[in-house]
Design a protein around this ligand. Structure first.
Ligand code: HEC
Length: 608
């Protein structure tokens, strides 16, 4: 049996009454005559009725009624249990905002999931992880109180699929009040004038006159052959990676986060899908960006049949990210079934921000994107700490083994031989470098790194560079706390305002058809807004960014094939090929123009 400490309000107890229609948790009683409308009534009403945003603002702050401000700030500081909502009207459409309030657990904001900690003496504490060290963790509960627990006293610590945001908050509101509240959320937009620099972070992104068509690669969302489903049953969705099998123009692999890899053979309209590898028993996959995250083929894949996976495991009571080597069968149609050879294991601190991508560079070395694996704000400064693999781009040699390691360290890695520094590090200062790629023409390493509050960024990363997190976020100074004098922080090429996107998904520089207007354009997108952008740069300064299309599904990744075609990976199981042949990168809608972007500068005005 679990005992909840009295100073720590647990969601189900404090707010459970809302769901059942009573109203006791704030000391009020709900008369039977005032039964709130059923939950189904709120969304249709709020979709079609005007709301009074000013009244909604009052309700938002009214701690006697719904008490949103107990858990949410709107000043961009984000120190409470829930996400700061300062730009929530930029990030989400009205319907999504309604759903967020009515069904908090249906989509849980990354970095704000509930952690459940069970102590050896049987207490259970729930909250959002705010800090984590080797010795203690700090959770912020639904009551806004922070509780510090020694890891030595913990029996278990795990994530939960239930949001800390209570269900049933609408029950304290009339339909019109609820609509007013939603209308207020819609007005919460990132104050553009608070951002001092506009270069590389344009206010407007012009759309192509003729959007790039997205051609479905499958006739239907990735369909799983009967009798082959993994135990998780999650495999029709959660696609996170797609690419061509080297040397086989008609064979492609698609991976889902639960740990299945599918082989797709495509001949014209005829497509066959078969399981390539079922790793669902080994892969730990839970809330948010967890699970099977990335795949890379060895540069000599056709000769040695080796490929690599990056995925999560749950071992010794902890989530860890592992990098493994596997081989395919001699006919290249399935995995060989031989066990993985584990090259690297990195034990996570937080459930999220463990990067995802692995890619071989033009130098033949394997690059690994590792996130800060930290609660928001990276409070322990992991991304800037060169003694840790968190928040780094790593570079290793899979063909050799250094003593004590399952891989080699390339002799020109920038920090090799420096005391106290991990020699695997190629560059540092990343928060969540989920997807990266190399320009096939010149080897430029393009990394898309997810920011926390203000914006995500796209970088071209050079050897040994510091890309800024958590000192910088995009172009802005994020926190002076971890700033070191005399350190250079490389600015991004492009950074998103929240109205453009909330989770950048890195893509590829298009090097398909040399005569295409897209030749040399870096194409990437956003998981939340589903926008797909193309951008060009000179000397790592943004020249142009255009909106190419909007994907029908949340984007998790981009894929490519040997011809240089580009694909968009949809989380709900669809892959789309970008039809670049029938669009022109240089023709945008007449209402907007990008010809003059203001001058670049990394500003230091928005410190916090
Ligand atoms: C007990 C704390 C708590 C209260 C009270 C609360 N929230 Fe939340 N809220 C959270 C947490 C934690 C999350 C993040 C987890 C999730 O997405 O469900 C969240 C998420 C959200 C989101 C989605 C934000 C995003 O970036 O995805 C919205 C919108 C939101 N809350 C609005 C509200 C409104 C409006 C109220 C008042 C009616 C409210 N919340 C009350 C804790 C709370």
């Amino acid at each position: 049996m679990t005992i909840k400490p009295s100073n720590f309000v647990v969601t189900t107890i404090a707010f459970g009454c809302f769901a059942s229609g009573c109203f006791t948790s704030f000391g009020q009683t709900q008369e039977a005559a005032n039964e709130p409308p059923p939950i189904e009534a709120y969304s249709p009403f709020a979709m079609v009725h005007e709301g009074d945003a000013a009244h909604g603002a009052k309700l938002f702050a009214d701690e006697q009624k719904v008490g949103c401000t107990k858990c949410h700030s709107i000043d961009g500081k984000g120190q409470k249990a829930g996400p700061d909502l300062f730009a929530v009207g930029d990030q989400f459409a009205r319907r999504e905002l309604i759903d967020s309030v009515l069904h908090p657990s249906a989509r849980i904001a990354v970095g704000y999931s509930t952690t459940v900690a069970e102590t050896k003496s049987g207490e259970e504490v729930q909250g959002v992880l705010k800090q984590a060290t080797d010795k203690w963790i700090e959770l912020i509960g639904a009551d806004g109180k922070r509780v510090r627990l020694n890891t030595a006293d913990l029996k278990e610590q795990h994530g939960s699929d239930v949001s800390l945001m209570p269900e049933g908050l609408q029950a304290g509101l009339s339909l019109q009040d609820f609509t007013d509240l939603i209308s207020y959320l819609v007005t919460l937009k990132e104050p553009v004038n608070s951002i001092a620099t506009r270069h590389g972070m344009p206010d407007e992104i012009p759309a192509l006159a003729q959007p790039v068509a997205l051609i479905p690669f499958f006739k239907e969302p990735l369909h799983v052959p009967a009798g082959t489903t993994g135990e998780t049953g999650k495999i029709q969705a959660g696609l996170v990676w797609f690419g061509q099998v080297p040397g086989f123009a008609n064979r492609f692999l698609a991976t889902d986060e639960a740990g299945m890899i599918w082989l797709i053979e495509k001949h014209g309209d005829d497509e066959q899908i078969s399981p390539f590898l079922d790793l669902t028993k080994e892969v730990f996959s839970a809330r948010g960006p967890n699970g099977l995250l990335g795949l890379a083929f060895h540069p000599e894949f056709r000769q040695n049949r080796k490929y690599y996976l990056k995925h999560q495991v749950f071992e010794d009571g902890k989530i860890a990210t592992v990098l493994v080597e596997r081989t395919v069968s001699p006919d290249f149609k399935t995995d060989s079934g031989n066990p993985s050879r584990r090259l690297l294991k990195i034990v996570s601190v937080a459930e999220h921000h463990n990067g995802g991508c692995i890619q071989f560079g033009p130098d033949g070395y394997l690059y690994v994107g590792m996130g800060d694996s930290a609660p928001n704000f990276d409070p322990q400064d992991q991304a800037q700490n060169l003694g840790m693999l968190f928040g780094k781009m790593l570079r290793i040699d899979v063909n050799r083994r250094n003593p004590g390691l399952e891989y080699g360290i390339p002799s020109d890695n920038p920090f090799l031989g420096k005391p106290g520094v991990r020699p695997e590090i190629w560059a540092y200062g990343f928060r969540e470098p989920w997807r990266f790629s190399f320009d096939p023409l010149n080897g430029d390493l393009w990394v898309a790194d997810l920011g926390q509050e203000r914006g995500d960024e796209v970088d071209i990363v050079r050897r040994g560079e510091n890309d800024g997190w958590s000192v910088y976020e995009g172009y802005e100074l994020f926190s002076s706390e971890h700033r070191k004098e005399g350190t250079d922080y490389a600015p991004p090429i492009f950074s998103t305002l929240r109205k453009h996107g909330s989770a950048v998904m890195g893509g590829y520089v298009y090097r398909g058809d040399k005569n295409s207007s897209f030749y040399g354009v870096y194409i990437c997108g956003d998981n939340v807004s589903k926008h797909i952008w193309g951008l060009t740069q000179k000397n790592r300064t943004l020249k142009t960014v255009h909106l190419l299309a909007t994907a029908p599904q949340p984007i998790t990744s981009f894929g490519t094939d040997e011809k240089g075609n580009l694909y968009v990976v949809g989380y709900q199981g669809m892959i789309y090929q970008l039809d670049l042949a029938h669009a022109n990168f240089n023709e945008t809608t007449p209402s907007s123009s990008t010809s003059s972007l203001p001058s670049p500068a990394r500003q230091q005005t928005a410190a916090r």
